[in-house]
Design a protein around this ligand. Structure first.
Ligand code: NIG
Ligand code: FE
Length: 423
């Protein structure tokens, strides 16, 4: 069969091995490598790939693309972001640098609550424009699928506004966005003595989110001074009843037991895990819940890094994400997250690529379509300026991506976006 597109002259192609399970233990440090390779694309999907020139897939109407001997990987999957929010918090960055704790800033009405006020006041158009700029950046860094959370509304109207804007962006922008409803991201001050009323309002909003198909997952910030394990259990169980996938922000600052709860409920992922306990690690290792580790947040908060080596050695399936948000991780640069995973989490290049592709796809329940370059999977892939993946990790804080293909279409060329002319 002839392809629509054949990418030729790939110097090195690195992809996770074909599997339908989260990758863990020895397999984490294994990658399929093809040298002097090609990728053939048909109808936005991978038709074939392997070593050689792929000539037999070239017909009269087939386009060809020369990868010039460079590195190719699957499109990166950034599976934990807060991409849709309004404004920024540079004014509290200085405070943080002077040592004021993250939770103290929140307690004083800043932090998440400050971004909530900005997002509540923003028009849909302003919110759309800021978030679109972030998605543009992410795509230029090689990210072809992101997860995006609400959580900067904390009232039904603004939470739904965030999710509706995100849905529009998913339709308009080449990056695929998987939606998560994070109505319980912080407790609004007005509900200080009425926590249950707030949680019930979050549950009520789930029904609208479901009806309008605005999110696939529900998430909660389980943390000291935010929501406890019992409250997290209530929200996640209500979400499960309504058919949502589950996620949790757990063990970021204090280990309360949120990770264990997530595993018990069959959550798709437990995220952060900087201070995960022994029992948390054991629960993760015995479940298919992905440990989503966010080293850019540790870097920005100058706090502990998650014990990634310990988790890997214990058989936990690990993913990496940027956690892009205006407070604890104000950078869309996912390659930098991967640099940090090498330097601070001591992960190998193969572990890092598995974590940023196939396991990230599992944390979004999309591992049957993305995260691996394999026949029938989405033709989402990245061509780097670099000749091998270890170089991308070593030469840090620089964008090594040259071109990006999304569903078989060139959307970034020489680091410039070229999709707008096409949609
Ligand atoms: O994942 N930890 C909770 N939520 C975000 C931070 C949100 C913010 O500071 O605006 C996170 O790090
Ligand atoms: Fe987060």
């Amino acid at each position: 069969m002839h392809a629509d597109l054949v990418v030729q002259n790939i110097g090195v192609l690195w992809t996770p091995k074909a599997t339908n399970k989260p990758v863990r233990l020895q397999a984490m440090d294994e990658i399929e490598e093809y040298k002097n390779a090609f990728i053939a694309v048909k109808d936005g999907k991978i038709l074939a790939l392997g070593e050689g020139d792929g000539k037999r897939y070239i017909g009269e109407a087939t386009k060809t693309y020369d990868a010039e001997g460079k590195l190719v990987t699957p499109g990166l999957v950034d599976s934990h972001t807060h991409v849709v929010h309004y404004g920024s918090r540079e004014y509290e960055f200085e405070k943080k640098m002077r040592g004021v704790p993250y939770l103290k800033i929140l307690e004083d009405g800043g932090g998440i609550l400050a971004s909530v006020r900005m997002t509540q006041e923003a028009s849909e158009e302003a919110l759309y424009a800021q978030s679109k700029q972030s998605l543009d950046r992410m795509l230029r860094y090689g990210v072809t699928t992101v997860e995006g959370k609400s959580g900067y509304g904390l009232d039904a109207e603004t939470e739904l506004k965030q999710l509706r804007v995100q849905k529009r962006l998913n339709e308009d922008h080449p990056v695929d966005i998987v939606g998560t409803y994070l109505g319980a991201h912080a407790l609004p001050k007005a509900y200080k003595d009425n926590r249950k009323t707030f949680l019930d309002s979050v549950v009520d909003t789930m029904d609208v989110v479901k009806q309008e198909n605005l999110a696939e997952f529900v998430d909660i910030f389980c943390e000291k001074g935010v929501f406890n394990v019992e409250e997290s259990c209530y929200i996640l169980e209500e979400a499960k009843k309504r058919g949502f996938g589950l996620k949790i922000h757990s063990d970021e600052i204090e280990a309360l037991g949120g990770t264990e709860l997530a595993c018990e409920l069959g959550a798709a992922s437990a995220d952060h895990l900087m201070v995960v306990s022994e029992t948390g690690i054991k629960a993760l290792a015995e479940s298919d819940t992905i440990a989503n580790v966010l080293p850019s947040t540790s870097f920005n908060l100058q706090s502990a890094y998650a014990p990634a080596r310990k988790m890997l050695e214990n058989g936990v399936a690990l993913a990496l994400s940027s956690d892009y948000n205006p407070g604890s991780s104000p950078s869309e640069n996912f390659q930098f997250t991967l640099n940090l995973a090498a330097i601070h989490l001591k992960m190998s290049p193969k572990e890092i690529l598995n974590a940023a592709t196939v396991n990230a796809a599992h944390s979004l329940k999309k591992a049957d379509k993305i995260g691996i370059l394999k026949e029938g999977y989405n033709a989402d892939f990245v061509i780097y300026e670099a000749e091998n993946f270890p170089y991308v990790l070593y030469h840090f804080a620089v964008n090594h991506v040259k071109d990006v293909f999304k569903n078989g279409v060139l959307v970034v060329s020489n680091q410039n976006k070229v999709w707008e002319e096409r949609i």
